[in-house]
Write a protein that binds this ligand. Structure first.
Ligand SMILES: [Ca+2]
Ligand SMILES: [Ca+2]
Length: 190
């Protein structure tokens, strides 16, 4: 009896450690309700502190994410063998801020600095609206087969979230982004 009691205690301890590794205390899942859909109007609001999104893709899904300010990581590790793509847009869906197809293939991962505010996080399957500059692309093309399940993991922001960047560095960053935007437009126009 003593031995089996000890064995049970050890097994319990091992299970507890395994559980803590599989599901960190900080994990805050959100499960898609119905269909998050492909537009700003249907995008589902993620509760503050959400670290995982579980959903099912039909054509594409978008979620409204509130950033506290900082560098966030997004990935689709755990989705399985689906050739996913991840998109981060501003909250009106008019500006693509970050995009990843394979990191590594077929799953997606990106990390991006998001100033405090709201953003759209989108998921779709290669190559529907690949790196599209505007979310309206997703509403106009529903040719994807869909029907696959996914998980989007969101890391908590790294670095001091309340750090105020030096104005000069901000201006340089802004100029760089404008330059990138100009390059993209030029490439599109070409
Ligand atoms: Ca969906
Ligand atoms: Ca991919």
């Amino acid at each position: 009896m003593k031995f089996s009691g000890l064995k049970a205690a050890i097994t319990g301890a091992v299970l507890a450690v395994s559980a803590s590794l599989a599901a960190p205390a900080s994990a805050t899942p959100y499960t898609e309700v119905g269909d998050a859909g492909s537009t700003v109007a249907t995008a589902q609001l993620l509760p503050g502190g959400t670290t995982q999104i579980f959903g099912t893709n039909s054509t594409s899904d978008f979620y409204l994410f509130a950033s506290l300010g900082g560098v966030y990581g997004f990935n689709t590790y755990g989705t399985g063998f689906v050739d996913t793509m991840l998109f981060i847009y501003n909250d009106t869906g008019t500006s693509l801020l970050a995009f990843n197809d394979d990191n590594p293939y077929p799953n997606s991962a990106l990390s991006v600095f998001l100033a405090a505010g709201n953003y759209l996080v989108g998921i779709d399957q290669y190559s529907h609206c690949y790196s599209a500059g505007d979310i309206s692309c997703f509403a106009s093309d529903g040719s994807d087969p869909g029907g696959w399940s996914y998980v989007i993991n969101i890391s908590t922001p790294t670095g001091p979230v309340d750090e105020v960047p030096v104005p000069g560095a901000l201006a340089l960053l802004g100029l760089g982004l404008l330059g990138l935007g100009g390059l993209r437009r030029n490439r599109k126009a070409a």
